[in-house]
Write a protein that binds this ligand. Structure first.
Ligand code: CTP
Length: 398
């Protein structure tokens, strides 16, 4: 998995940097090339000589180092790697990444790279739990940055709690997952997400309140486990996750065509809030008020059911088809009936009554309906729901 891969390793300034030489040695002995970048603070904890000797390569530390730039410019450096790893990732480095600063070599590389980024945070427990760090972490996760650790334990400062950098063996395992060695490596999963828009005329449409947040989190979680993800998305309020193939669509008909074009797939997770109806004949020109006070009539026709169509395919059906159910009544019963009616394997059901705040919110309380029955999951963040679902999908496809 690691043989022939190149890792750009940014070493931040924390006591945990003492574990980095061991990580470099493990990566090198697995056949990976390591390009070390030492921040000025990092060089207080580990010497350039140690890193250079273990990596077998010169250490980069200055943005404006003419000699080093002449050998390889920093933009090229940020792209020549297969993966960028930051260990230890200090609170300061995380904050600078989250705000997109580029005033030294490490931050500039992080802003310029088009490769996946993995961070191994390490800091005092209070710094880790500070709302500012939580905010920065949420931003980094939303940007697609992957995180390993920190682990709970005794800290160098004498306090106890989460903040210790993950062990080199854990970081190495996370690197392998990032490089495609996860449990879904080699699997193709189609995800639909967001609302659809059904035109009334060139300026108006029928849509719904879906933000696409749950679908994006699912796409990200599946990609983190190594899946190749085709992400078919209507016009969502949140950006699509990095590391997936994005297919933007607008209407239900376009979404259906995009899903079919993406086959074959091992699994499909249809999280989109597809509009059930479209206007029978959208007007080619903008519908005008005619001054009579009469209101226009909209004739609606039902959209094709993408989920039922996929689940009931005779040939080329994905092995696992997962639907969603947005319910406002008896969630378990309605969702179980929906599962049978549509022919999908699982349904992730959620209660979208306005008082739950789920539609458009950051949390979700779902029930997973399988042929074996219904499981209630505790209320948790949409990212946590996505990770749990992705793990279940990985287990089902194993
Ligand atoms: N779905 C779909 N195509 C449609 C409508 C829905 O693929 N035209 C999918 C959604 O992506 C979701 C599931 O079907 O995975 C359930 O959608 P939901 O709106 O909750 O249920 P409906 O089928 O519309 O049933 P009802 O509105 O009667 O509850």
């Amino acid at each position: 998995m690691l043989a022939g891969k190149r890792i750009l390793l940014i070493v931040g300034g924390g006591i945990a940097a003492y574990k980095v030489p061991e990580l470099v040695r493990a990566l090198r002995s697995a056949g990976a090339g390591v390009t070390p970048v030492l921040t000025p603070a990092g060089s207080r904890f580990v010497t350039p000589l140690t890193l250079a000797a273990l990596a077998g390569e010169a250490v980069r530390s200055e943005l404006f180092d003419l000699d080093a730039e002449a050998r390889m410019g920093h933009i090229e450096l940020s792209r020549a790697a297969d993966l960028v790893v930051i260990a230890p990732a200090t609170a300061d480095l995380m904050a600078r990444m989250a705000t997109g600063q580029a005033d030294d070599l490490a931050s500039t590389l992080l802003l310029a790279t088009d490769k996946p980024v993995l961070i191994a945070p390490a800091m005092n427990v209070r710094m880790w739990e500070h709302p500012a760090t939580r905010r920065n972490l949420a931003t980094l996760l939303a940007d697609g940055v992957r995180v390993v650790g920190p682990n709970p334990g005794e800290m160098a400062c004498g306090e106890w709690g989460p903040g210790r950098m993950a062990e080199p063996a854990e970081i190495r395992a996370a690197i392998e997952t990032c490089l495609g060695g996860g449990p879904l490596a080699g699997r193709h999963v189609i995800v639909t997400s967001g609302p659809t828009r059904e035109p009334i005329d060139p300026v108006r449409y029928i849509a719904n309140r879906s933000s696409g947040a749950q679908g994006a989190a699912i796409g990200r979680a599946l990609a983190h486990l190594g899946a190749r993800v085709t992400f078919v998305t209507g016009p969502a309020a949140v950006p699509p996750p990095p590391g997936v193939t994005v297919v933007p669509v607008e209407t239900a008909a376009e979404m259906k065509a995009a899903v079919e074009a993406a086959l074959p797939a091992d699994a499909a997770v249809l999280a989109a809030a597809v509009a059930d109806w479209r206007v029978a004949e959208a007007s080619a020109g903008k519908i005008k008020k005619d001054g009579s006070g009469r209101t226009p009539r909209l004739d609606l026709v039902e959209n094709p059911d993408i989920l039922a169509g996929l689940a009931q395919r005779s040939g080329g059906r994905p092995r696992l088809v997962v639907g969603f159910a947005a319910e406002t009544g008896d969630v378990a019963e309605n969702a179980a009936a929906k599962r049978r009616r549509k022919g999908c394997d699982w349904i992730v059901a959620n209660d979208v009554r306005p008082e739950t705040g789920i539609m458009g919110g950051t949390e979700n309380a779902v029930m997973l309906i399988t042929p074996e029955g219904a499981e209630s999951w505790p209320r948790m963040g949409k990212d946590a729901v996505a990770r749990r679902l992705a793990e279940r999908i990985a287990a089902a496809l194993a």
